[in-house]
Structure formats: structure tokens, C-alpha cells
Design a protein around this ligand. Structure first.
Ligand code: ATP
Length: 372
């Protein structure tokens, strides 16, 4: 996120104090050819995206690719330089149906949770419900805290909570006003790895129950695969691919998208007879021109160890034990770098042993070589 804390607090205050929509109606959120420039920087470039009511869309991509800017455009704190944003089919960026941030029915949740330290958890959640009569606001806030499993900690202060609990208070505050659209900017990045997984599951359950349309920004491909109904992968301000998790993992559009979801063993080769021929065997190269350069990406768990004498010959060069899996480096003649394999079985053979290698074809991806 490029902006400083004061601005974020300002956005938060405006958004969480907006008038409350009477009931939760998940909205359709549509970006139509949306671009946004900051001076010379083209932060978002011609993005078109239609998010269905109640859908959870994960926005994934490297730092600086425009994810936060896209959220800020949806929230209304930035106005697109070009294109339109529609909520339930109405242009909220300009014209008679234009809506300022506080009237879009959009909730925001930041990576640092932005809880007010001087307010109790209950008061933090009630902050977003100030337009309701106090008893109603309190009832709704208690309900929201119960929904995230923190009913007993309503009167505690944020500093008395663990990171995971603070995240849940922030979630309760975000969903209590029943937003039509919830925008979450790296909502789990402040939590340690183990806690993150658990909190993600809980958050997902609350989002599903709230039936809110949701964009979750993340750097973490695993998080996107776990949470998203669909994943929108961004690069340099543009959308690279928008697909369901299994589709984007198994059928990435290019080598860059493929690299985002797993480490790959990459081998360059030339297309002959509609196949790429490598020291590891020949692989189908559908759609690639005869004689063109291709890049073959093999996921580490697609490299299977066999007894010496079967498959492609190699030599076990190193092994790292990671508990559930082992990472193995295997030297193969004709390849510049050793192959990285990921095995769920313990290899007993000593380093330097001759081994055989088989390749699981379902873990092989073939693309035109970048720049080819
Ligand atoms: P991160 O994952 O690091 O938060 P991001 O994908 O959210 O990154 P953005 O914060 O949207 O990326 O930034 C996109 C581009 O726009 C970057 O090049 C960034 O430096 C630039 N940018 C963002 N906000 C501003 C701003 N207020 N003024 C000028 N440039 C900005």
C-alpha cells in the first residue's frame, strides 16, 4: 500500500461511518475498462471485471501491480482516469447515479486491522453502526462479535487480544454494517503463518454466512486458492487471468502466471512435430509453431523418483528434510541446473546415488518461451 497511516485512518473513518444499509443485499460489482494514473504511473490499466453477488474474488499479484489502487477505486476514494465502476449495474463513478464512498455500501478491512486502541472491542464494532439507535447498534455489534466467536471479549480492549482475535474484531466491525461489498486489503498478512490458516478458514465461514460480495487482496497464492471463488491475477496494472482456483492452477495462461502458483523446473526447447524434446522426454506443445522456442515448466511434485535403471537417469545431489516432504535436487545430463523434486516419501538412498526419474505429465506445463 502506497499511502501513509493518516490517509488510511481517514478512509476508514469515512467508510465505517457511512449510513447503514437496512439489509445485506450482496451487490454485483463491475469494472468496465477501468484505468487509473498517478501522474506518470499507470497504476491500473484497462481492467474489466464482473464480480457476482456473494462472490469472493481474490486479487493476486506482485507488489506494485495495482491491487490496492483497484480497491481504492471500488471504494470511491480514487476516481478512475478512464472507464466506469458499476454497483448493481449503476455507474457509481459519474453521472446521476454517482455515489461518494460513504454511500456505496462498501466496507473496508486493512492488513493492520486499524482498531481504535482506546475503544473496547464492542465500541470498535459499534463505531461502524453510529447511525443506528444505540441499543440497536449494541445488539448488532454483539451479534457480529458472537458471529466471529468473540462474544465473551466484547468489553476487552484490542491490546488485550491476540493477533488472530484482533483480526476477528476487525472482521466483525467490517461485516456488522452489512455492506453490499467488502474490500479486504491483505487481511491476514499481520498474522503468523500457522494462525493465518486458521483465521482464514474462520473468515471464510463468516463471509459465506454474511453473503457479502468480497474482494480479498493478497500476495499469497495459497491464500487465493483457499479463499477465492475466482482469482484475478494482476501484473503491471493489468489483469493477466481471471479464473476459478483449479483452472488458474492447472491451466495458467503463461509461464509468469504458472510461476506464481508454484516453483517450476524450467527447460527451454524447440518445437518439432508438435512436441518439445527435452532431456526429460518429449511433451506435447499444442498451439505452438513448428521450430519455435518453448518453455517447459515441471512442478517439483511431478518429478517422481524411480529405481536406477528405469526412466531418465539422474544422480541425487542434495536432500532437505521439511517434515511432511523432502526437497531433492537431482542432476540430469543435458540440464544446466539440477531438477528440484518434492517427495512425500522418505528417500533412503545416500547422496550421490544413481536414480531414475519419471515425469507426471499432469504436472507439466508448456508455453511459448517469453519473448519468442
Ligand atoms: P502492494 O502489494 O505492495 O500493496 P499493490 O499491488 O497494491 O502493491 P498499488 O499500491 O496499487 O500496488 O500501486 C500500484 C502502483 O501505483 C505502484 O507503482 C505505486 O508506486 C503507484 N502508486 C500507488 N499509490 C500512489 C500514489 N498515491 N501516488 C503515486 N503513485 C502511487
Amino acid at each position: 500500500m502506497a499511502d501513509g497511516e493518516p490517509l488510511r485512518q481517514g478512509i476508514l473513518r469515512r467508510l465505517v461511518s457511512r449510513p447503514r444499509t437496512p439489509a445485506a443485499f450482496a451487490a454485483r460489482l463491475t469494472f468496465e475498462h477501468v484505468s487509473h494514473r498517478y501522474g506518470e504511473v499507470e497504476a491500473v490499466n484497462d481492467v474489466s471485471l464482473d464480480i457476482a453477488p456473494g462472490e469472493i474474488l481474490c486479487l493476486l499479484g506482485p507488489s506494485g501491480c495495482g491491487k490496492t489502487t483497484l480497491l481504492r477505486l471500488a471504494a470511491g476514494v480514487e476516481t478512475p482516469t478512464a472507464g466506469r465502476i458499476l454497483i448493481n449495474g449503476q455507474d457509481v463513478t459519474k453521472g446521476p447515479t454517482m455515489l461518494p464512498p460513504e454511500r456505496r455500501g462498501v466496507g473496508l478491512m486493512f492488513q493492520d486491522f486499524a482498531l481504535f486502541p482506546h475503544l473496547t472491542n464492542l465500541a470498535n464494532v459499534m463505531f461502524g453502526l453510529r447511525d443506528l439507535p444505540r441499543p440497536d447498534a449494541e445488539r448488532e455489534a454483539r451479534l457480529a462479535l458472537e458471529r466471529v466467536g468473540l462474544g465473551d471479549l466484547a468489553d476487552a480492549y484490542p491490546h488485550m487480544l491476540s493477533g488472530g482475535e484482533q483480526q476477528r474484531v476487525a472482521l466483525a466491525r467490517a461485516v456488522a454494517p452489512r455492506p453490499n461489498v467488502l474490500l479486504m486489503d491483505e487481511p491476514f498478512s499481520g498474522l503468523d503463518r500457522r494462525l493465518r490458516e486458521e483465521v482464514r478458514e474462520d473468515t471464510l465461514a463468516v463471509l459465506r454466512e454474511s453473503r457479502v460480495t468480497c474482494i480479498v487482496v493478497t500476495h499469497d497464492p495459497e491464500e487465493a486458492l483457499q479463499m477465492g471463488d475466482r482469482i484475478a491475477l494482476m501484473r503491471a496494472g493489468g489483469l493477466v487471468q481471471v479464473d476459478e482456483p483449479e483452472a488458474i492452477y492447472h491451466r495458467p495462461v503463461d509461464i509468469f502466471a504458472a510461476r506464481y502458483f508454484s516453483m517450476l523446473n524450467e527447460v527451454l526447447a524447440t518445437v518439432r512435430d508438435a512436441r518439445v524434446h527435452t532431456p526429460l522426454g518429449a511433451f506435447a506443445a499444442p498451439g505452438l509453431a513448428e521450430g519455435s522456442e518453448a518453455i517447459v515448466g515441471i512442478r517439483p511434485h511431478g518429478i517422481l523418483l524411480r529405481p536406477s535403471g528405469s526412466g531418465v537417469p539422474g544422480r541425487l545431489e542434495s536432500r532437505r528434510f521439511l517434515g511432511d516432504v523432502e526437497l531433492l535436487d537431482i542432476r540430469v545430463e543435458g540440464l544446466e541446473t539440477p531438477l528440484r523434486a518434492r517427495s512425500h516419501e522418505r528417500t533412503r538412498m545416500p547422496l550421490g546415488s544413481e536414480v531414475g526419474i519419471a515425469i507426471d505429465p499432469s504436472e507439466v506445463l508448456v508455453f511459448a518461451a517469453p519473448g519468442a
